[in-house]
Design a protein around this ligand. Structure first.
Ligand SMILES: Cc1cc2nc3c(=O)[nH]c(=O)nc-3n(C[C@H](O)[C@H](O)[C@H](O)COP(=O)(O)O)c2cc1C
Length: 368
């Protein structure tokens, strides 16, 4: 049984979104790990499971698994829903679009770094990000009892309408003020203003500049700040910018619950802010990641420009699967934001949340 704790409603950190969603702290955590997601919700925050790389049947099982770990506490699920993808999840049709020069470059990388063949298929080597696949993923979400649905890179109104009708809270991640009209038109309940500093797909505007602009444009819709946030001073600053809470992704990579492979974890623990870069070499859309030989190769003079989403992942799918499976050290990478500078030791999800809260209380003393 999860223990209920008393809530202090006079606490500055207990913002209106806490009461609205039934959480103790306005700390939202995105993760591709079920354990991390569950632990965030158990520690008083709001865990959101990233299901973009899951087949529908896995989504059903994993959301049920998270529910079994957290009992009645709230949690969310996140899908990437970019517009302009091909309609069908048709690997052969997507593969037929790949230019020969790009295929030759990937073959060259495989040989140069002596990457063995993968022993099986992964999401990256078998699924085309496509409208058909997104609809199946959404259907799986609708079969669950998850409390919140987050969409990123796009806010398709038809999908938002369906999840709202199912009674879920809806959230949209946006990276520019011009995106807000789509979120509002779709009737989104909660907005994440995610700045340039963030890990994963990101836009060109820094968190400090973006958050107040989105807060002003959002009106009644509550905003969470994201991008580079990894300590309490940044959390208090986010509240001062008008956000009702924070949304973090990178910090969870260095937790025991995440169980990142040893070689990847070592890169995260060692990296400073300047060891990340934004590149299209992962998915075809700009995403911030740890700089490695993988990104260097794609950024090098003479390298082909990464293909657009979804073709870049169809192009690199087998190689990426193998790099991850065999932990090919020079090429091994992960999405990470500039806040990676604060990931210096392996910790636990609960300790991260306690640290954020303690540091925030300390930072708040300057207002007395
Ligand atoms: C490894 C990694 C994977 C991510 N994948 C997704 C994703 O699938 N969907 C999504 O909405 N955001 C994704 N993000 C972005 C996070 O939701 C979040 O906005 C971001 O991590 C916040 O900035 P921070 O990394 O500086 O904390 C990812 C972030 C990281 C670090």
């Amino acid at each position: 049984m999860v223990q209920e704790r008393p809530v202090d409603r006079d606490d500055v950190l207990h913002t209106p979104i806490c009461d609205r969603l039934g959480i103790e702290y306005p700390i939202f955590g995105f993760s591709h790990s079920m354990e991390v997601t569950a632990e965030i919700s158990k520690a008083g925050g709001f865990g959101v499971y990233g299901a973009t790389r899951d087949r529908p049947e896995a989504i059903v099982k994993r959301l049920a698994n998270i529910r079994s770990m957290i009992g009645g506490r709230p949690f969310g699920v996140d899908l990437l829903l970019p517009l302009g993808m091909q309609n069908k999840n048709d690997w052969a049709a997507a593969e037929a679009q790949l230019p020969e020069a790009h295929k030759a470059f990937v073959k060259h990388l495989k040989e140069k770094y002596q990457v063995p063949d993968p022993t099986g298929k992964s999401f990256f080597s078998s699924i085309v990000r496509s409208n058909e696949f997104f609809q199946e993923q959404v259907q799986a979400v609708l079969e669950s009892d998850v409390n919140l649905f987050a969409s990123a890179i796009g806010t398709p109104p038809d999908i938002i309408e369906k999840v709202k009708a199912a009674g879920m809270t809806t959230l949209s991640l946006i990276g520019a003020p011009k995106h807000i009209k789509y979120a509002k038109a779709a009737g989104i309940d909660l907005i994440v203003a995610q700045g340039y500093d963030a890990g994963g797909h990101t836009g060109p505007i820094g968190t400090m500049s973006l958050v107040p602009q989105i807060v002003d444009a959002a009106g009644e819709v509550p905003v969470l700040a994201a991008g580079g946030i990894a300590n309490g001073r940044q959390m208090v600053a986010s509240l001062a910018l008008g956000a009702q809470g924070v949304w973090l992704g990178t910090v969870w990579l260095a937790t025991e619950e995440h169980r990142l492979s040893g070689k990847l974890l070592a890169k995260i623990l060692k990296a400073g802010s300047a060891d990340t870069l934004i590149s299209r070499c992962h998915s075809g859309k700009p995403a911030r990641m740890i700089r490695t030989a993988w990104s260097d190769e794609w950024e090098a003079e003479g390298a082909p420009k990464p293909l657009k989403m979804p073709y870049q992942q169809v192009l690199i799918g087998d190689l990426l699967t193998s790099i991850m499976e065999h932990e090919v050290e020079p090429l091994l990478y992960e999405g990470a934001g500039q806040g990676v500078a604060y990931c210096n030791e392996l910790t636990t999800v609960r300790r991260v949340i306690e640290r954020l809260v303690d540091e925030s209380r300390e930072a708040l003393k300057i207002f007395r």
